[in-house]
Design a protein around this ligand. Structure first.
Ligand code: FMN
Length: 171
């Protein structure tokens, strides 16, 4: 899709059809992440692909029980891989840089999903406690967000945006 058309069509989709998301599509989304910039090219992120109903249920409950999430066939969970970052930089800026890497990766994934005709929504409203026991990952991983992915059953709503004059300036 043309880049401007992709930007223009993107929205947070929260309703999905039952059509499954193929592994091929998931693979393409992961490949788009590979193209993302990252600090010192360390790619300090980690992604867990979730299709399992029970795990999705646990994550939905941990995300303030946003029930609409369960309609999405796939959750992509994005972590800041702090251990990967520390290998090169130790404590230096470790509170922010891996989060930036994971956030950029997630933004790329959302656009890649849209480009495949899929709908997606960020979910980053989750209780920290309990999350680690759901994933049981090695190393210091911080969950940044869950991207729900599926074929959209809703359409782009009208939304208000602040104007560039409100959030930018020239010096
Ligand atoms: C960091 C972040 C956290 C978000 N968390 C949630 C969430 O927990 N639940 C939800 O329904 N949407 C969530 N969203 C989606 C936003 O509500 C949505 O992007 C915003 O309302 C603008 O709408 P749009 O994406 O359709 O342009 C989140 C988005 C971001 C970037």
């Amino acid at each position: 899709m043309d880049f401007n058309a992709l930007l223009d069509s993107r929205y947070s989709s929260r309703e999905y059809t039952a059509k499954p998301v193929t592994d091929e599509s998931i693979g393409k989304i992961l490949l788009a992440i590979e193209a993302a910039p990252s600090a010192a090219n360390l790619q300090s992120y980690f992604v867990v692909v979730i299709k399992d109903l029970e795990v999705k249920e646990q994550l939905t409950v941990a995300s303030k029980n946003q029930r609409w999430m369960m309609k999405a066939p796939v959750f992509l969970c994005f972590f800041a891989d702090i251990t990967q970052y520390e290998k090169k930089f130790g404590d230096y800026m470790k509170d922010i840089t891996p989060i930036q890497d994971a956030t950029i990766a997630m933004a790329y994934a959302q656009l890649a999903a849209n480009n495949l005709g899929l709908g997606a929504c960020w979910v980053a409203s989750h209780a920290r406690e309990g999350i680690d026991s759901i994933f049981k990952l090695e190393g210091n991983m911080m969950l940044i967000g869950i991207l729900t992915v599926g074929y959209p059953a809703d359409s782009k709503p009208k939304r208000k945006r602040r104007k560039p004059e409100e959030w930018s300036q020239e010096i």
